[in-house]
Design a protein around this ligand. Structure first.
Ligand code: DUC
Ligand code: ZN
Length: 457
């Protein structure tokens, strides 16, 4: 099928320009002025922005958390993603503790995802145990197209200690790969939880108090010291606050390669949400928690200065019934929130329209940088001849409001409920398929597993 997108503004990491885009089959074949193509279906994109398909490097679909499983699996989750302009997700697969292999983890995630996805997909691999077999499997993962990894400094089922952290980072660095690391100080958080419970403080308003910014910053500092010793690049995933940001900047000043990711919830929500009445604070329970206004301001400023490389979502959704598992004890609330459907429209509305970032920077944050970091550039992340025809058409003249009543997630709550949007995404192309048209999903389950190269940012 051929499509000609006429008169839109094509956005890239270098700039925006008025151009037509010709799609033939799965690929973009031409970008330029006054293009013509016999037999092509023509779409008028005048007044609209054409972004390369958004890439979300941080999702959790079909994941077991706190004795339950995320409300969105790869089927519902990738539909919501595509409706929001995300054409490629990199979900977190995981090894299990107790002598299990990375290969078993990868198979498990392929079983969850294959044949179910409506956008393209890949996996990072979470390493939770380190031994000679796991070490040998790193190359196996790379051969399977899994070129990025994840490490946790918190959560009993996932945590690796500093000794293993050093060894794993060193190995990954030697292989030309990097890990995204969840940075929170597990020991102090455990102590703060024990104190809260002893004092009978069991509501969701205690969640941010037991996972303070200082304990994220401490873990970032420690991680970066270990990474320096291991001579390895790392990414801080879901960076939430000013103190942790300052640790990143201090390490970079000393010459370290440190990438940073943040998420819309840390840019747009404040920790007062945890004190909402009637247990509504549970909706916002995620780790690390939502922080304060000064942290938001710091993150926006960092985005404007291009000190943060990508905005992902940490998509991890639960129904209110699932959140209620922690009604008597906030530590039992399954942690996570949905976000894949609204990342682009939120970033455009509250970032670009408010002058905090430019549309070019938005393109870098959502498309170009993640494509490079996750080794799929220039196949993805750019609108140019030869690239996959993954294209988001964003209309800046439309308005919308986020609501759980209309969203595509398999949940009855949305942390951005009531947020006004100053744009709309009505059309999305996935590898040349006009999969979202008129704001509706027209073609499902076209997603393919993408084998990735190594980081090229
Ligand atoms: N944080 C969450 O809130 N949920 C899933 C994983 C994570 O790191
Ligand atoms: Zn996560």
């Amino acid at each position: 099928m051929k499509y000609l997108l006429k008169n839109g503004t094509v956005v890239s990491g270098e700039g925006s320009r008025q151009a037509d885009v010709l799609i033939d089959g799965e690929k973009i074949v031409d970008v330029g002025r006054n293009l013509d193509a016999e037999g092509a279906e023509i779409l008028d994109a005048a007044g609209k922005l054409l972004f390369p398909g958004f890439i979300d490097g941080h999702t959790h679909f079909d994941l077991e958390v706190a004795g339950t499983v995320t409300a969105d699996d790869f089927e519902t989750g990738t539909k919501a993603a595509l409706l929001g302009g995300t054409t490629f997700v990199v979900d977190y697969a995981s090894q299990d503790k107790g002598g299990h292999t990375l290969r078993e983890g990868l198979k498990k995630w392929h079983d969850k995802a294959d044949g179910k996805c409506s956008c393209d997909y890949s996996f990072h691999m979470s390493v939770v145990e380190w031994n000679p077999e796991t070490e040998a499997e790193i190359q196996d993962m790379i051969d399977e197209g899994i070129t990025s990894f994840k490490l946790y400094m918190t959560y009993p089922a996932m945590i690796v200690d500093d000794c293993d952290l050093y060894k794993i980072l060193k190995k990954l660095g030697q292989c030309g790969c990097f890990a995204g690391v969840h940075c929170e100080n597990a020991g102090v958080i455990d102590a703060l939880i024990a104190e809260a419970k002893k004092e009978g403080r069991l509501g969701p308003e205690n969640h941010p108090l037991v996972r303070p910014d200082t304990m994220e910053a401490e873990a970032v500092h420690r991680l970066l010291a270990i990474a320096k010793e291991a001579d390895a690049p790392v990414m801080i995933v879901h960076l939430t606050n000013k103190k942790a940001y300052e640790e990143v900047m201090a390490a970079r000043k000393k010459g370290q390669t440190v990438y940073a990711e943040t998420c819309p919830q840390y840019l747009l929500l404040e920790d007062s949400v945890y004190s909402k009445p009637d247990f509504e604070g549970a909706v916002y329970v995620c780790a690390p928690p939502i922080r304060k206004k000064e942290d938001q301001d710091c993150l926006w400023e960092a985005l404007g200065k291009e000190e943060i490389q990508t905005v992902a979502t940490d998509q991890c959704s639960f129904s209110l019934e699932q959140k209620a598992l922690g009604r008597e004890d906030f530590t039992k609330i399954p942690g996570g929130l949905p976000g894949v459907q609204t990342r682009g429209t939120l970033l455009y509305t509250y970032g670009v329209r408010e002058g905090k970032i430019t549309e070019v920077q938005m393109c870098k944050l959502l498309s170009e940088n993640p494509a490079k970091l996750y080794g799929v550039y220039p196949r993805k992340g750019v609108i140019q001849p030869g690239s996959d025809a993954d294209i988001v058409i964003l209309d800046p003249s439309r308005e919308d409001v986020i609501s759980a009543k209309t969203h595509a997630y398999n949940t009855d709550n949305n942390p951005f409920e009531g947020f006004k949007l100053g744009c709309k995404i009505d059309d999305v192309f996935l590898r040349g398929h006009h999969a979202v048209a008129g704001g509706k999903l027209k073609e499902e389950k076209l997603g393919t597993f993408i084998r990735r190269e190594k980081n090229m940012l």
